[in-house]
Design a protein around this ligand. Structure first.
Ligand SMILES: Nc1ncnc2c1ncn2[C@@H]1O[C@H](COP(=O)(O)OP(=O)(O)O)[C@@H](O)[C@H]1O
Ligand SMILES: [Mg+2]
Length: 248
């Protein structure tokens, strides 16, 4: 699926209080691509993800998912935030099941799918644990499984590892790549970490200004699979420097 799966065409968005958050943003993401979105705090990154998810309708322009307007489409979208937002009174399995339950699917009919998914995110054997029994990294794995449970074709991640310690964060980045390579899913991830963006993404988009607009689109031509050792190479350093320079 190498067509342009996500297409934003001349998007501007003004909140109800009159604040214009983004202006004239155009971008496309191909099916199966992994794109990172970086930029200063408040520049409109989370807003762009919400527009892609169809949660907001832009004041101007069009957001298309697989050639359908994002706010109308049947195309399932998965969302992961910095905070895991797990329900503390539900088990891991119960949390992952929640989106399916809302669609009226019983635990019994989806049990095997959830067990397979927990296995995929590295949580085999944790189905009956409660969120309080998990580390931060494990809780984000549950949040990832919950986002994937309805088999989304687009996965949107908003600083998903921002609350984790550096080593767990590195590990989760590698895990995300492993999962992305196994699934037919397109990824757009907001991150504050330039090295994380370079290590994970095919392309890094830089959002700048007030209102925010995309001012750089940098292809990362490092081979895959990506490994942490690549961070030591001059090629990697060159990409990181180019992105840093592009953030005003
Ligand atoms: N619902 C809203 N109404 C008004 N302003 C908002 C709303 N949501 C976000 N903003 C403002 O829009 C700007 C961009 O927000 P956001 O997209 O969260 O930026 P980022 O994720 O890049 O930090 C911020 O200044 C924020 O205060
Ligand atoms: Mg944000």
């Amino acid at each position: 699926m190498k067509h342009s799966f996500v297409a934003l065409k001349n998007i501007s968005h003004i909140f109800s209080n009159g604040f214009q958050v983004v202006a004239d943003v155009s971008l496309t993401i191909s099916g199966g691509e992994f794109v990172a979105l970086v930029g200063r705090s408040g520049v409109g990154k989370s807003t762009l993800l919400r527009l892609m998810a169809g949660l907001f309708v832009p004041t101007q322009g069009e957001v298309m998912l697989d050639n359908q307007p994002a706010h109308h489409t049947q195309e399932p979208v998965g969302l992961v935030f910095q905070k895991d937002n797990l329900l503390p009174w539900r088990t891991v399995q119960g949390n992952v099941h929640l989106p399916l339950e809302i669609q009226g699917q019983s635990q019994k009919s989806t049990h095997q799918r959830i067990i397979t998914l927990l296995d995929l995110v590295g949580l085999a054997g944790y189905a009956h644990h409660y969120p309080a029994q998990l580390s931060g990294g494990m809780a984000q794995r549950v949040a990832l499984a919950r986002a994937l449970v309805h088999e989304p074709s687009l996965l949107l991640l908003d600083e998903p590892f921002g609350a984790l310690d550096a080593l767990t964060r590195e590990k989760m980045g590698q895990e995300l790549l492993r999962i992305w390579q196994l699934l037919p899913v397109t990824v757009c991830m907001v991150t504050h970490s330039i090295p994380e963006a370079v290590l994970l993404a095919d392309r890094v988009l830089v959002l700048n200004g007030q209102p925010g607009t995309i001012t750089a689109d940098i292809s990362i031509d490092l081979p895959r699979p990506r490994t942490l050792e690549m961070e030591g190479t001059s090629e990697f350093y060159g990409y990181a420097a180019a992105i840093r320079a592009a953030i005003e």
